[in-house]
Write a protein that binds this ligand. Structure first.
Ligand SMILES: NC(=O)c1ccc[n+]([C@@H]2O[C@H](COP(=O)([O-])OP(=O)(O)OC[C@H]3O[C@@H](n4cnc5c(N)ncnc54)[C@H](OP(=O)(O)O)[C@@H]3O)[C@@H](O)[C@H]2O)c1
Length: 269
């Protein structure tokens, strides 16, 4: 049985991907901080091993990940780097501490887990590294710019890693969803009241009110399953509505001034 590690397995996309993979016969090590949620999943899913894990605590990586690697005699076949969150806020409204924490979770944690698991894949001369990025890794938007920055960093990492692992048997894929209906869009009352006093208050109110419901996480889970299971996975899985995909394409071809003025008006006014 092939082993796959999924980070951020307790909710949303990670939860859906874990179910998809476990039901298809993979042994899934589901990692997250909410151990109770993972344990409940283990009660429902065969082949699912719950593991309490915080991607922002690199000093604990050896203690948690070494036993997983040791208990998989044929090595770790798949790594789905999915854990992440959005902290909404314009650049001037976010503290350096919160910006660093977003990078710690969405980028540095992911880099650290990848470096830890890679030798096991190299030893087997096969594997799949599937990084859950976002359309926000291809387009940057006001009021979530720091989240976009974490995903842009991830894009650069994923692309370089893929080239560095060319012809090793380890394949690297990028998952780029648009809006998916998960808990990531939930904003606490505390956060909402912090944002009230900003010059962007109107934009935040619009963001909180208008965030569309998005596609189901099962669509992303299917793409992750494809990236793990097929012999020739795609490099990029762009997943979203036709409108979102058109927006990403337009960003690539339209002049910067036109895009920036259009988006600034749409989001901020
Ligand atoms: N939903 C969307 O619209 C969307 C679109 C594009 C990309 N994405 C990406 O998809 C990924 C999953 O997000 P989601 O939408 O499924 O959100 P979600 O439902 O909020 O799930 C996020 C997962 O990440 C885990 N996580 C957060 N911080 C962690 C940490 N420090 N250590 C370990 N696990 C941590 C959470 O578990 P615990 O809290 O239990 O630790 C949870 O399992 C993220 O990388 C996100 O950027 C989402």
């Amino acid at each position: 049985m092939k082993s796959v590690i999924v980070t951020g397995a307790s909710s949303g996309i990670g939860r859906a991907a874990s179910s998809r993979l476990a039901n298809a016969g993979y042994r899934v090590y589901g990692l997250a901080r909410s151990y109770d949620k993972l344990q409940a999943m283990a009660g429902e899913l065969a082949n699912f091993v719950p593991v309490e894990f915080d991607v922002t605590k690199p000093d604990k990586f050896d203690k948690v990940l070494d036993p997983i690697i040791a208990s998989s005699p044929s090595g770790i076949f798949g790594l789905v780097n999915n854990a992440g969150y959005v902290e909404p806020g314009a650049i001037e409204d976010l503290s350096m501490e919160s910006i660093r924490m977003q990078f710690e979770t969405n980028f540095f944690g992911l880099v650290g887990v990848t470096k830890k698991i890679l030798p096991s894949m190299m030893a087997q001369k096969e594997g799949r590294i599937v990084n859950v990025s976002s359309m926000a890794g291809m387009v940057s938007l006001p009021t979530i710019g720091m989240y976009c920055a974490t995903k842009h960093a991830l894009e650069a990492f994923t692309e370089a890693l893929r080239m560095e692992l060319w012809n090793t048997g380890i394949k690297v894929a990028s998952i780029n969803p648009g809006i998916i209906e998960t808990n990531i869009h939930f904003v606490t009352d505390e956060k909402v009241s912090q944002l009230k006093n900003s010059r962007f208050a109107k934009a935040y109110a619009k963001y909180l009110k208008e965030t569309p419901r998005g596609l189901p996480s099962s669509i992303v889970a299917d793409a992750i399953y494809d990236a793990v299971s097929t012999s020739k996975p795609k490099y990029r899985y762009l997943l979203g509505s036709a409108r979102e995909k058109a927006g990403v394409r337009l960003r690539r071809i339209a002049p910067d001034d036109i895009i920036h003025s259009l988006v600034a008006k749409r989001v901020l006014e």
